[in-house]
Design a protein around this ligand. Structure first.
Ligand code: CP
Length: 312
């Protein structure tokens, strides 16, 4: 299926450490996987005999389900651990947990954790491939890849395209993975947020920081709208929801200032009526459910490229 079935690392921890060539390899492989998904029986034997563990220490709907579906479509077996009922609640360390899982014959561990760096720590302690399904405010690489895949599907090459990322930049692993990936592929990225949700040195990542959403969306090709992550905020970081909506919410009225073919994206879950009005979330500009569907193909590609060769 893919020409060059290799990534340089045994694991996928983030887009910061991937080259543009590796990102394109994953995206191109996902295009082939999307064809598999259209078959009457969407299953290939590529990962027959491989075992994948899904360890989600934080809630998830899209990421967990699509990793599980992706594994099954490649004929791998999956073990989905409910961390709230595992021995982690008795105090077992993360390293002890993953070492115990690995000796049962696991080939890959998909992990979501509230601590930035948890997947990297696991990677250092197991021979299995580790896939970061979101670590704290650090990275969410498979989300970044599926976002970029969806952008490429809608408007072709990302080179020179303008992407506005708006919302809770400070707490967003989705923003960071988007920024690393998009800038490597030549996109122009602007991040827009209230000052309290804008990281101090964000421009060092090669993006423009702005507080004026109306100005930034005028020539945007894509607007990627982030969720306000109330669960990661220590205290109120903006005066009121009403004020947030006024300056940073994406509404149909505000989109009159954007290009007629602007594409609206959101990683989910949506706070309807906060960062995105329902009219926009369900309207003609949005590709939100396309992103979710593409997530399965992208995650199939990740599994295939990490596990499809010889056992590491
Ligand atoms: N986008 C995303 O990570 O969604 P879930 O939290 O439902 O996995």
């Amino acid at each position: 299926m893919a020409k060059n079935v290799t990534l340089s690392n045994k694991s996928l921890l983030g887009l910061r450490t991937l080259s543009a060539e590796e990102i394109n390899l994953i995206l191109d492989t996902a295009t082939g996987m999307a064809e598999v998904m259209k078959r009457p029986i969407p299953r290939v034997p590529a990962l027959n005999g491989k075992s994948i563990a899904l360890l989600f220490y934080e809630p998830s709907t899209r990421t967990r389900t699509s990793f599980e579906m992706a594994a099954k479509m490649l004929s791998a077996s999956t073990t989905s651990m409910a961390m709230s009922t595992s021995s982690a609640v008795k105090g077992e360390t993360l390293i002890d947990t993953v070492k115990n899982i690995e000796v049962m014959g696991i080939d890959a561990i998909v992990i979501r954790h509230s601590a930035s760096g948890a997947p990297a720590l696991v990677d250092e302690n197991v021979k299995a491939s580790v896939i970061n399904a979101g670590d704290g405010a650090n990275e969410h690489p498979s989300q970044g890849l599926l976002d970029i895949y969806t952008m490429r599907e809608k408007k072709g090459s990302l080179k020179g395209k303008k992407v506005v990322i708006v919302g809770d930049i400070a707490h967003s692993r989705v923003a960071r993975s988007n920024i690393w990936g998009l800038t490597k592929l030549g996109a122009k990225v602007s991040v827009v947020a209230p000052p309290t949700l804008m990281p101090a040195e964000i421009e060092k990542m090669g993006v423009k920081a702005s507080y004026d959403l109306d100005e930034e969306i005028r020539d945007a090709d894509f607007i990627n709208v982030l969720r306000i992550q109330l669960e990661r905020q220590q205290k109120g970081l903006f005066p009121s929801i009403e004020e947030y909506i006024k300056f940073f919410g994406i509404t149909a009225e505000r989109l009159k200032k954007a290009k007629s073919d602007v594409v609206i994206m959101h990683p989910g879950p949506i706070n309807r009526g906060v960062e995105l009005s329902s009219e926009v979330a369900d309207g003609p500009f949005n590709v939100i459910l396309d992103q979710v569907a593409n997530g399965v193909a992208v995650r199939m590609a990740i599994f295939y490229l990490l596990l499809g060769g010889q056992k590491k």
